[in-house]
Design a protein around this ligand. Structure first.
Ligand SMILES: [Zn+2]
Length: 390
């Protein structure tokens, strides 16, 4: 038995934003518009609101959404009382907008509804209609049921997650990702890759997420390099599509150790999420493959084997070719190493302990103990490692 949930309506393609503006009217006549700092991205929407005499308020999100800031914005939102919340921007903007759509109609504080530092109780009242318009291709937040918020006090990332949080409308126009620089495009695309890869090999996949992951990984393999280098529509469109599939996969299957370690690290260090998961991936894959060999788990090995075939587009690929493919892409995308951000100065025992408590790591295909996670961190650090490298 399995179940599958996603956004209620998805509109995908070139010109999707322009062509779906009139759909906004079905949600009402006033909107809280959540954006990043680049005002140009939301211009089309603002013009439409003015033309339609719709009431709107613009909220700009700078950096990661902090709990305190969401708390304050929700109070402001309750006074404004919008009919809908629209988020247009990258993952952080969509996460902030999604949280506000949930919190504005609900009483109480953010801490009532988040995990890790909060009470994690279900929402009492249905979320406001939420429209997600991504301008990056990575997190898949436009089709996911969770939002990541940062607690500055506890220096930890927390999740607000609920089936109520799936967007009512996701408008995905790959041309909105045009102009993004190569390294940022690389982080985002590799985050989409990690969602698809971890969901594909996870402990609880289902036949629908398997199909979704295979298609998404195929598109990533075909288009990641050209999409990150320039604004070539078929490539950008493939990555935007793969990012959407990654969001669907992670909402309906599980993730794994790369995301578990990433949550433990992201509260401690200021590193883009996609960069952490990308740089951890080859080491997590290697560790999982070697544990699967030790335990004789041919089912897990078969998945990594298939992954190698999809990524290399070679039916005779070896299981380790999946890891080589990721290493090679990381070099070609010229993504910085995690040691630049101070990874090697963190306390690996504590990071591994915190990672073991995350929900992501519970989806890892095989249980990895604390020592194995420490080994992964040592390997990522390489020569800069202050712990004894093997
Ligand atoms: Zn991710």
């Amino acid at each position: 038995m399995f179940q599958f949930m996603t956004s209620t309506r998805i509109i995908f393609g070139e010109g999707a934003l322009h062509d779906s503006l009139s759909l906004l009217n079905q949600f009402g006549y006033s909107a809280l518009l959540v954006t990043g700092q680049d005002q140009q991205r939301s211009q089309q929407l603002e013009q439409y609101f003015k033309q339609q005499n719709m009431r709107y308020q613009r909220l700009v999100i700078k950096g990661e959404p902090l709990i305190a800031m969401i708390e304050e914005s929700a109070a402001m939102g309750r006074t404004f009382c919008p009919d809908m919340v629209i988020g247009i921007g990258g993952g952080s903007v969509l996460d902030a907008a999604k949280s506000l759509a949930a919190l504005i109609p609900n009483q109480g504080s953010v801490y009532d509804y988040v995990d890790v530092v909060g009470r994690n109780v279900p929402l009492q009242v249905k979320s406001l209609p939420f429209i997600a318009i991504p301008t990056t291709a990575g997190t898949g937040a436009e089709v996911s049921k969770s939002a990541v918020l940062q607690s500055a006090q506890e220096q930890v990332k927390v999740n607000l997650s609920n089936a109520e949080l799936f967007p009512d409308l996701a408008i995905i126009d790959p041309t909105l990702t045009y102009g993004m620089d190569a390294v940022l495009s690389g982080y985002c695309a590799m985050d989409a890759f990690t969602h698809l890869m971890e969901s594909y090999v996870c402990s609880e996949p289902n036949p629908l997420t398997d199909m979704i992951c295979e298609e998404g990984l195929k598109r990533i393999a075909m288009s990641i390099l050209p999409a990150c280098r320039d604004d070539h529509y078929p490539s950008r469109s493939n990555i935007a599509f793969a990012a959407m599939l990654g969001g669907m996969a992670r909402s309906n299957a599980k993730l794994g150790a790369a995301h578990g370690l990433a949550s433990a690290l992201s509260g401690r260090l200021n590193i883009p999420h996609g960069l952490i998961t990308a740089q951890l991936s080859p080491y997590v894959m290697t560790e999982n493959i070697s544990v699967a060999i030790e335990l004789g788990r041919s089912d897990v090995l078969a998945r990594y084997q298939k992954l190698a075939v999809i990524l290399t587009m070679n039916k005779d690929a070896n299981i380790d070719d999946s890891v080589r493919w990721v290493e090679n892409i990381l070099i070609k995308l010229q993504l910085p190493s995690l040691s630049v951000y101070g990874l090697c100065n963190t306390m690996f025992e504590e990071v591994a302990e915190d990672a073991l408590r995350t929900s992501a790591i519970k989806g890892n295909p095989l249980p990895l103990n604390q020592q194995r996670l420490i080994t992964i961190l040592q390997q990522v650090c390489g020569l800069n490692c202050h712990y004894q490298v093997l």
